[in-house]
Ligand binder design. Structure first.
Ligand SMILES: [Zn+2]
Length: 351
């Protein structure tokens, strides 16, 4: 079954599988979760299952139908994504549009989809629409889609894929069955990156050593895409973030403020710093129980020192404070530097 390709997403995969198994698949699905964790792959596998003549409602992955779904040229599977995404993926050229390729999914695209779905399937039992970056629909496009969601044409399954659930109208969300995807485990990301290195292809292969691959995985926030795209400069920052954090002491407020200033100048930098610290706290906890398997394996001696210095309870508290800061920053509440300062003050003043 092609859905077996989607790794480390047991909840979402189970939801899709059991719908297929039941034989009555809801007409609208919303696959949501972080960028680069397998949502689009799952959507493709789901579409294969819905159209495969060899293994109906399961998919074989190898027949002509399944191959064409994956290759985006199955007549009953319609892809919708922003024009600039099509350009970035090499599916279209800038000159294919008589205007600057839009970053939104335009209302015209949604209307064209509605029209296309009004026809009967050409080959398969179902027609499937895959909306990639569904959150890129602006309000009028979403309202146009709402009509299709309310009165879906027969034998039609819509699959919306998004990493920004909150940008979809509540009326859209409530009409879809949701499948939630989570961050991928660091160990899995590291293994995937190393496999890419061994194949000697891709952007990562040119730049990263095996050791750096582990570190890139640790900093990627559970996203394979981010791990692949990580700048080696960001990996370099890892050591600096950890060493500077461990040099902070409770009675030196200027030190905390300098840390917040250094990494709080831009949202992206703060996110990297928090990501690094999150993995670091995990390493320190691992060192406390005396097991091997540190992600920051090159900093094992420092992890040992830190493990002896903080209690398990305050380490846990630090992790909680870090999550709070990370949430505030990603949800764009308030100034980035202020959030870092607040986090450090709480970490340093309460043991
Ligand atoms: Zn097949």
């Amino acid at each position: 079954m092609p859905l077996a390709e989607v790794q480390h997403q047991p909840r979402a995969v189970e939801a899709l599988k059991s719908a297929l198994k039941s034989g009555s698949v809801h007409h609208a699905w919303l696959l949501h979760g972080p960028e680069g964790v397998g949502k689009e792959l799952a959507a493709v596998c789901f579409a294969q299952a819905l159209t495969c003549p060899e293994k109906p409602m399961e998919g074989c992955g190898v027949c002509s139908s399944c191959k064409r779904v994956k290759g985006r040229n199955h007549p009953d599977v319609t892809w919708v994504m922003p024009e600039d995404e099509q350009v970035q993926r090499g599916l279209a050229g800038r000159s294919d549009f008589d205007h600057t390729p839009s970053r939104d999914i335009r209302i015209e695209q949604v209307r064209a989809l509605g029209e296309r779905l009004s026809f009967r399937p050409l080959e398969a039992k179902h027609k499937v629409a895959l909306l990639v970056n569904a959150h890129a629909m602006n309000a009028s496009a979403q309202n146009a889609l709402l009509k299709t969601l309310e009165e879906p044409p027969r034998d039609t399954i819509l699959v919306l894929v998004t990493s920004a659930l909150d940008k979809l109208l509540p009326t859209i969300r409530s009409r879809c069955t949701k499948a939630q995807f989570g961050p991928l485990p660091v160990e899995f990301l590291a293994a995937q990156l190393k496999a890419v290195l061994r194949r000697g292809s891709g952007q990562a292969a040119k730049k990263l050593t095996d050791e750096e691959a582990s570190q890139a995985a640790a900093m990627a926030g559970g996203s394979l895409q981010r791990a692949m795209e990580l700048d080696p400069a960001a990996i370099e920052v890892r050591r600096e973030v950890i060493e500077r954090f461990e040099a902070l002491v409770p009675d030196d407020a200027r030190g905390w403020l300098a840390f917040a200033e250094a990494f709080g100048d831009a949202r992206a930098n703060a996110e990297v710093a928090l990501e690094v610290l999150g993995v670091w706290f995990r390493d320190v906890a691992v060192a406390q129980v005396g097991q091997g398997g540190l992600i920051n394996s090159d900093l094992a001696p420092l992890a040992g020192v830190a493990a002896a210095r903080v209690s398990a309870a305050s380490l846990h508290r630090r992790a909680t404070l870090l999550d709070e800061a990370r949430n505030a920053i990603t949800q764009r509440n308030g100034a980035v530097r202020l959030q870092l300062e607040r986090m450090l003050i709480e970490m340093m003043t309460t043991a």
